[in-house]
Write a protein that binds this ligand. Structure first.
Ligand code: CTP
Length: 403
């Protein structure tokens, strides 16, 4: 279950050309099961209509007029008291000034005054307006009272100029809301280190050896752990996937770098999940210059890399807080027998065994099926499902042992 499911979220939409992006935010959150109550400011209403939001959320969108026309005689109190979270996205300079001043002459700041839930603000304005001391003072005031800011970002404005003040992408705003609403879940305060993606072993300055791992399963695990309230460190080689909001992401390249990053993160960790496809071999020598096309063939000598999990097993005694060390076994034959051998050899608490011989699952695919083997001999079958659903199952198996 994602943390926004059945949560009531106030989405304040204020005067900015980025207001149309709030439609995507409302739509995404609604599809995730959230109940979105949109409040449009007078400026917001000029850019997008209440009907647009009603169409994507299935719920009435409020405007200032609603204060006098709503069937509810106190819409600001009802909305404010029942919300799990209030988000102003995009937030204009004027909206932030109203909130900082605690004004109550329009519905959005009035509702925020009446609420006692977390407040998230995603500013959107021209760079000079954003840098203006008046705006900065308002931001400081809101932040001091516990307001959480999303962005803004550097980029191009409607004026054609560039600077700091651009609205964050809807995906990031949704990620921030999801993260905020997960913070009190059952794995709160637990630190989980997760690795993802295939390592890259350099051959020369332009070439490397790697494998077909996309990193999707590891990223899904990171999101599933975040959704349960954990603090997640994601050690990865992957550039192409969006970073799960709230994860501390550490980029690495080779097996050697991945080992160093894992060891660096062990102190304080409650769990390590090695989902990465770490290279077992690397070129013995890395050519300083690009290897030229001479002759009919090229022989590259490979040497073994260090096994991250075996290295962790050697020093695990130093980290009594490390309750779970989990591995993945990607096998093309004798799945369970090989996985069990790996679990024992690497002294794991559990191993997620997945068959990589089928095209519809595993490496690179969006779906996966697996058997979780536990050190006590028990097993859990996970049928073919989306990688994010499978990730939730793996985190569930780990959560029981971490709580
Ligand atoms: N692993 C690791 N360090 C390596 C290689 C693998 O920590 N150098 C971890 C993987 O992240 C995974 C587990 O070990 O969690 C099993 O990886 P896998 O590639 O399936 O097995 P190998 O140990 O490499 O054995 P083989 O290649 O013979 O199947």
């Amino acid at each position: 279950m994602n943390p926004v499911y059945r949560k009531r979220i106030i989405l304040g939409v204020t005067g900015s050309i980025a207001a149309y992006k709030a439609v995507e935010i409302a739509s995404t959150l609604t599809k995730m099961g959230a109940l979105i109550d949109v409040i449009l400011s007078a400026g917001g209403e000029k850019f997008v209509t209440p009907l647009t939001f009603r169409s994507v959320t299935g719920r009435a969108a409020c405007t200032n007029e609603s204060l006098w026309t709503s069937e509810d005689h106190i819409p600001h109190i009802t909305l404010g008291h029942t919300a799990d979270c209030a988000v102003v996205a995009p937030a204009s300079a004027n909206a932030m000034a109203d909130i900082a001043l605690g004004k109550g002459d329009t519905l959005l700041p009035l509702t925020i005054l009446a609420s006692d839930c977390p407040l998230l603000i995603a500013p959107a304005m021209d760079g000079h307006m954003y840098q203006n001391p008046a705006t900065q003072a308002n931001i400081e005031t809101i932040r001091r009272r516990g307001g959480i800011f999303i962005g803004p970002e550097y980029g191009r404005f409607a004026s054609g100029m560039t600077g700091l003040g651009r609205f964050s992408e809807p995906e990031k705003v949704v990620g921030a809301i999801r993260y905020q609403l997960s913070r009190s879940s059952d794995l709160r305060g637990k630190k989980i280190v997760i690795t993802a993606g295939g390592t890259r072993e350099a051959l020369d300055p332009v070439r490397f050896l790697t494998n077909r791992s996309s990193g999707k399963q590891g990223f899904a695990l990171a999101q599933a752990a975040l959704d349960r309230g954990a603090d997640v460190t994601l050690i990865t080689t992957v550039e192409a996937l969006p970073e799960p909001y709230g994860a501390a992401v550490q980029k690495v390249d080779s097996a050697k770098e991945m080992l160093a990053a894992v060891l660096e993160n062990l102190p304080g960790a409650d769990a390590l999940i090695m989902c990465a496809a770490v290279a077992d071999f690397r070129p013995r020598a890395v050519a300083a210059q690009k290897i030229k096309k001479t002759g009919e063939s090229l022989t590259v000598e490979l040497e073994a890399t260090q096994d991250v999990l075996l290295e962790v097993a050697k020093i695990r005694g130093r980290y009594p807080g490390l309750k779970i060390v989990a591995g993945f076994a990607a096998e093309s034959e004798d799945l369970l027998v090989n996985a069990e051998k790996k679990m024992n050899r690497k002294r794991l608490d559990l191993i997620v065994a997945n068959d990589i011989s089928a095209k519809d699952r595993g490496m690179g695919a969006d779906d996966n099926a697996a058997t979780i083997l536990f050190a006590d001999g028990s097993r859990k079958e996970i049928p073919l499902m989306k990688k994010d659903a499978l990730a939730a199952e793996v985190i569930e198996a780990i959560a029981g042992k971490l709580r």
